[in-house]
Design a protein around this ligand. Structure first.
Ligand code: C5P
Length: 243
């Protein structure tokens, strides 16, 4: 059960230098399933930081949210596979052809290399976007319609799941079924501060609502005892899985 909970905890490694990343991986690799490396850390440190996580026994969620023409995204995704990442993502707004082509090229590469396909996720509508943001780019549809629509498009393209707000889990489950992964940030255990997250859910509620895994950063990194904070979150996830 401990391992089931661990696989559902993704640490958002939002640091901007190699040494800090190294420190977090050393401290947390036995408590968290994956380390999320985003645009800032990857732009600063490159593939070496991915390798460092793997050498220390951790696995990587490469959060670069690819969005480009189909050929470019497919080729970038194959490079992510070559780095051995466990999970990576694209923007579903890139469209069906972009996602289908990415699935096809990733599948072909992984088959030829004899490696397991990484978990492929799509971002639907960023939670920082409001209806006003969408109107500004010419999309006159509510976020509650766009999110399940884009999630369904990702599923139809052969993607494994989406990154979404815990508040959107129900809509996405209804559109995409039970075996679709939903990874949720915006999670705050009762003991942590809200930071700049406005609409938050506890780990237990997110798991009970149907989230597959949780992305959590500051409630662990800003805690007085990060290892203990991760432990408490694992306990909460475990209890929700059992309940
Ligand atoms: O520190 P905190 O737990 O808020 O970190 C959450 C992580 O998830 C950050 O890396 C943040 O960029 C990311 N994220 C988010 N909300 C989204 C998408 C990603 O907080 N909608």
């Amino acid at each position: 059960m401990k391992d089931a909970a661990k696989q559902r905890l993704i640490f958002a490694m939002d640091v901007d230098d190699f040494a800090s990343a190294e420190k977090w991986v050393t401290q947390l690799h036995e408590s968290v399933g994956l380390f999320k490396i985003g645009k800032q850390l990857f732009t600063k440190c490159g593939p070496a930081v991915v390798q460092m996580v793997q050498e220390r026994g951790g696995q990587v969620f490469l959060d670069l949210k690819y969005h480009d023409i189909p050929n470019t995204v497919a080729k970038a995704a194959v490079e992510a596979c070559k780095l051995g990442v466990k999970m990576f993502n694209v923007h579903a707004l890139g469209g069906l052809e972009m996602m289908q082509r990415t699935v096809a090229e990733v599948d072909a590469y992984c088959a030829s290399a004899g490696i397991e396909r990484p978990i492929m996720l799509a971002v639907t509508i960023l939670t920082s976007s409001t209806e006003e943001t969408l109107r500004g780019i010419g999309i006159d549809r509510p976020v509650t319609e766009m999110v399940p629509r884009l999630a369904r498009l990702a599923k139809d393209a052969g993607f494994d799941g989406v990154v979404a707000s815990p508040k959107e889990v129900g809509l996405i489950r209804a559109a995409c079924g039970e075996d679709f992964r939903i990874i949720t940030p915006g999670v705050r255990p009762a003991f942590a501060s809200l930071d700049d997250q406005k609409r938050v859910t506890t780990p237990a509620d997110a798991i009970s609502a149907g989230a597959t895994a949780l992305v959590i950063g500051r409630p662990i990194s800003a805690a007085e005892n990060p290892l203990a904070a991760a432990g408490k979150i694992l306990e909460e996830i475990e209890a929700a899985l059992e309940g």
